[in-house]
Design a protein around this ligand. Structure first.
Ligand SMILES: NC(=O)c1ccc[n+]([C@@H]2O[C@H](COP(=O)([O-])OP(=O)(O)OC[C@H]3O[C@@H](n4cnc5c(N)ncnc54)[C@H](O)[C@@H]3O)[C@@H](O)[C@H]2O)c1
Length: 331
């Protein structure tokens, strides 16, 4: 199978590509990435000479390029997106371009070329839930600009499935963690700051709850959806592992033998959703997917990965990592 993976220099896309090429000989992969925020070429340096892998620097909004690349492939897995909520609060514009226009460009082309598309979406489209869990039938209710752009892409897809019978599957996943995540996000940021014995900012009182899933389990689910998912359907992917931010930070500090007094509570971000929660019975029942990595094991291997790859620190803007209120000062 020849796959076009978009956004493959980012966190989840790079883990997905490495997984496919390492665990199977059935895939050839073209990775198209515009090298925007979140991209790191080093994520895939180990396969740069692999004959089954090709990198193309390009933007998914570039219709001509995407038509050419999609014509060479059997299916597209669309990871490419502006993905950091805080940045969408500061300036939503790039989110509209990549997450809506970019997804639409792929959707329109795969429909005309009769190819399959997997749209990588997020639990954030359902908004904050004080109780209960979202199923595939729950209403979209995004409450930050990032989530709204992801929901908009989903609605475009739904309309294309209804009107053109497009072969698209949407997967929605909870918060990922694991190797190669850009250090602006909570878990790598805490690991890096703790390793430097620097202060660790936590929004509000650290009570916000997310359901954390290891990136490898997410990639397994995406692969199953690609190979065996039913056209036009959506699948929620969650880990049944709801943890608040303060508990996560304390767990990391304990595993790294660092004191809890590194924690500094800072002003909460606007519109900070309290809790996301999804039910993933459908993908388990229909496709046989299940979680393989426990949170404790996953956290330990993630900490080890960052400690063994200190060069990642040279790739990032230190001020971003140390900034306590990135939504005010990013960009
Ligand atoms: N990280 C999570 O916890 C999480 C959870 C659920 C869903 N998702 C979704 O998974 C996908 C990947 O997330 P991630 O955390 O790996 O993000 P990331 O920010 O690490 O990587 C995104 C990649 O997409 C590329 N990109 C962005 N816009 C592009 C464009 N217009 N053209 C070409 N390339 C472009 C960037 O250069 C980058 O390499 C996103 O669609 C995101 O919404 C992420």
């Amino acid at each position: 199978m020849k796959l076009l993976v978009t956004g493959g220099l980012g966190f989840i896309g790079s883990n997905f590509i490495l997984k496919l090429l390492k665990e199977s000989s059935n895939f050839e992969i073209i990775n198209v990435d515009a090298e925007l925020h979140g991209a790191d070429k080093n994520n895939l340096s180990e396969i740069q000479n692999n004959e089954k892998y090709e990198f193309v620097k390009g933007n998914i909004t570039n219709r001509r390029l995407m038509e050419e690349l999609i014509s060479k492939c059997d299916a597209v897995v669309n990871f490419a997106a502006e993905s950091f909520v805080d940045r969408s609060i500061d300036n939503a514009d790039p989110f509209l371009v990549s997450n809506i226009r970019g997804s639409f460009t792929i959707l329109d082309i795969i429909t005309k070329q009769k190819k399959r598309m997997i749209q990588i979406s997020t639990d954030e489209v359902f908004g904050s839930l004080s109780t209960g869990t979202a199923t595939e039938k729950s209403q979209l209710n995004p409450s930050n600009p990032y989530a709204a752009t992801k929901a908009a892409a989903e609605l475009l897809i739904k309309s294309y499935v209804s009107t053109h019978n497009s072969d698209v599957i949407i997967t929605r996943c909870t918060n990922n963690y694991g190797p190669r995540q850009f250090p602006e996000k909570l878990i790598p940021k805490v690991i890096i700051l703790a390793n430097q014995s620097n202060e660790i900012p936590i929004y509000g009182k650290g009570v916000n709850i997310r359901d954390w899933i290891h990136v490898d389990d997410h990639c397994d689910a995406v692969l199953m959806a690609l190979l065996n998912g039913k056209s036009g359907e959506s699948y929620n992917i969650s880990a049944n592992n709801e943890v608040d931010n303060l508990t996560i930070v304390n767990k990391i500090l304990k595993l790294m033998n660092k004191p809890q007094n590194l924690i500094k509570f800072v002003e909460d971000r606007p519109g900070h959703d309290l809790r996301y929660s999804m039910d993933s019975q459908k993908i388990s029942n229909d496709l046989g997917w299940k979680i393989k990595t426990s949170f404790d094991d996953g956290l330990k291997n993630t900490i080890n990965w960052y400690l063994n790859n200190p060069e990642i620190l040279n790739k990032i803007h230190l001020e971003t990592v140390q900034d306590t209120t990135p939504w005010k000062s990013s960009n």
